[in-house]
Design a protein around this ligand. Structure first.
Ligand SMILES: [Zn+2]
Length: 136
Protein backbone atom coordinates (compact mmCIF):
# COMPACT_ATOMS: atom_id res chain seq x y z
CA UNK A 1 0.00 0.00 0.00
CA UNK A 2 1.01 3.58 -0.57
CA UNK A 3 3.13 4.62 2.46
CA UNK A 4 1.92 8.23 2.36
CA UNK A 5 -1.71 7.09 2.63
CA UNK A 6 -0.93 4.91 5.68
CA UNK A 7 0.99 7.79 7.29
CA UNK A 8 -1.91 10.17 6.61
CA UNK A 9 -4.37 7.74 8.20
CA UNK A 10 -2.18 7.38 11.30
CA UNK A 11 -1.84 11.15 11.55
CA UNK A 12 -5.64 11.59 11.41
CA UNK A 13 -6.08 9.09 14.27
CA UNK A 14 -3.37 10.90 16.29
CA UNK A 15 -5.08 14.27 15.75
CA UNK A 16 -8.44 12.79 16.80
CA UNK A 17 -6.89 11.33 19.97
CA UNK A 18 -5.15 14.56 21.01
CA UNK A 19 -8.29 16.61 20.22
CA UNK A 20 -10.05 14.79 23.05
CA UNK A 21 -12.55 12.80 21.00
CA UNK A 22 -14.11 9.80 22.75
CA UNK A 23 -12.66 6.34 22.14
CA UNK A 24 -15.89 5.25 20.39
CA UNK A 25 -15.62 8.09 17.90
CA UNK A 26 -11.92 7.45 17.31
CA UNK A 27 -12.52 3.71 16.78
CA UNK A 28 -15.24 4.53 14.27
CA UNK A 29 -12.99 7.02 12.44
CA UNK A 30 -10.19 4.47 12.43
CA UNK A 31 -12.42 1.81 10.82
CA UNK A 32 -13.58 4.24 8.15
CA UNK A 33 -10.01 5.32 7.46
CA UNK A 34 -8.89 1.73 6.97
CA UNK A 35 -11.79 1.15 4.59
CA UNK A 36 -10.63 4.17 2.61
CA UNK A 37 -6.99 3.11 2.60
CA UNK A 38 -7.97 -0.41 1.51
CA UNK A 39 -10.08 1.04 -1.29
CA UNK A 40 -7.24 3.34 -2.29
CA UNK A 41 -4.82 0.44 -2.31
CA UNK A 42 -7.11 -1.44 -4.71
CA UNK A 43 -7.40 1.62 -6.94
CA UNK A 44 -3.63 2.13 -7.00
CA UNK A 45 -3.18 -1.52 -8.03
CA UNK A 46 -5.93 -1.23 -10.66
CA UNK A 47 -4.36 1.96 -12.02
CA UNK A 48 -0.96 0.29 -12.35
CA UNK A 49 -2.61 -2.56 -14.29
CA UNK A 50 -4.34 -0.10 -16.62
CA UNK A 51 -1.13 1.85 -17.22
CA UNK A 52 0.65 -1.40 -18.12
CA UNK A 53 -2.23 -2.42 -20.40
CA UNK A 54 -2.25 0.99 -22.14
CA UNK A 55 1.49 0.74 -22.70
CA UNK A 56 1.13 -2.74 -24.22
CA UNK A 57 -1.66 -1.50 -26.51
CA UNK A 58 0.45 1.48 -27.63
CA UNK A 59 3.27 -0.88 -28.54
CA UNK A 60 0.87 -3.20 -30.38
CA UNK A 61 -0.70 -0.24 -32.22
CA UNK A 62 2.71 1.01 -33.25
CA UNK A 63 3.67 -2.45 -34.56
CA UNK A 64 0.39 -2.78 -36.49
CA UNK A 65 0.88 0.67 -38.06
CA UNK A 66 4.35 -0.37 -39.20
CA UNK A 67 2.94 -3.59 -40.69
CA UNK A 68 0.22 -1.67 -42.56
CA UNK A 69 2.83 0.72 -43.91
CA UNK A 70 4.86 -2.23 -45.18
CA UNK A 71 1.82 -3.75 -46.92
CA UNK A 72 1.40 -0.69 -49.20
CA UNK A 73 2.33 -1.54 -52.80
CA UNK A 74 5.64 0.17 -53.30
CA UNK A 75 7.90 0.51 -56.36
CA UNK A 76 10.99 2.05 -54.87
CA UNK A 77 9.60 5.09 -53.08
CA UNK A 78 6.53 5.02 -55.36
CA UNK A 79 3.09 3.51 -54.93
CA UNK A 80 1.66 2.22 -58.19
CA UNK A 81 -2.01 2.88 -58.82
CA UNK A 82 -4.08 3.51 -61.95
CA UNK A 83 -1.13 2.92 -64.27
CA UNK A 84 0.97 5.71 -62.72
CA UNK A 85 3.26 6.11 -59.70
CA UNK A 86 2.38 8.11 -56.57
CA UNK A 87 4.65 9.48 -53.90
CA UNK A 88 3.53 9.38 -50.32
CA UNK A 89 3.41 12.54 -48.18
CA UNK A 90 2.87 12.90 -44.45
CA UNK A 91 -0.89 13.29 -44.99
CA UNK A 92 -1.55 11.20 -48.09
CA UNK A 93 -0.10 11.42 -51.60
CA UNK A 94 1.29 14.16 -53.83
CA UNK A 95 -1.09 15.97 -56.15
CA UNK A 96 0.59 14.81 -59.37
CA UNK A 97 1.70 11.26 -60.26
CA UNK A 98 4.95 10.13 -61.90
CA UNK A 99 5.34 8.30 -65.20
CA UNK A 100 5.68 4.55 -64.82
CA UNK A 101 7.01 4.06 -68.38
CA UNK A 102 9.97 6.46 -68.28
CA UNK A 103 13.06 5.17 -66.50
CA UNK A 104 13.56 8.45 -64.60
CA UNK A 105 9.83 8.70 -63.70
CA UNK A 106 9.09 12.35 -64.59
CA UNK A 107 6.07 14.14 -63.12
CA UNK A 108 2.90 13.78 -65.21
CA UNK A 109 0.52 16.65 -65.88
CA UNK A 110 -3.23 16.58 -66.21
CA UNK A 111 -4.34 17.05 -69.84
CA UNK A 112 -5.77 19.23 -71.18
CA UNK A 113 -4.10 21.78 -68.82
CA UNK A 114 -6.07 24.30 -66.75
CA UNK A 115 -9.15 22.09 -66.69
CA UNK A 116 -10.29 19.07 -64.81
CA UNK A 117 -7.84 16.70 -66.51
CA UNK A 118 -9.01 13.90 -68.83
CA UNK A 119 -5.75 12.00 -68.66
CA UNK A 120 -2.24 12.14 -67.21
CA UNK A 121 0.68 12.79 -69.58
CA UNK A 122 4.43 12.79 -69.03
CA UNK A 123 6.90 15.03 -71.00
CA UNK A 124 7.70 12.04 -73.28
CA UNK A 125 4.04 11.61 -74.22
CA UNK A 126 3.12 8.56 -72.13
CA UNK A 127 -0.49 8.76 -70.98
CA UNK A 128 -2.68 7.16 -68.33
CA UNK A 129 -6.36 7.56 -67.44
CA UNK A 130 -6.85 10.54 -65.12
CA UNK A 131 -7.65 9.59 -61.56
CA UNK A 132 -6.51 10.62 -58.13
CA UNK A 133 -4.87 8.23 -55.79
CA UNK A 134 -7.71 6.59 -53.84
CA UNK A 135 -8.69 7.86 -50.40
CA UNK A 136 -7.83 11.45 -51.30
ZN1 LIG B 1 6.85 8.75 -69.60
Amino acid sequence: MNVNVVEAAKEIIRVGTTAGLSKDVIDLLEKKLWLLTDEMSLLVKKNAELVAKASALETENSNLRAQIQNLQPVTGTFNEYGGVLWKRTASGFEKFPYCKECAHHPVMMGMPPNRRAMFWQCPSGHTAPFQDFPAK
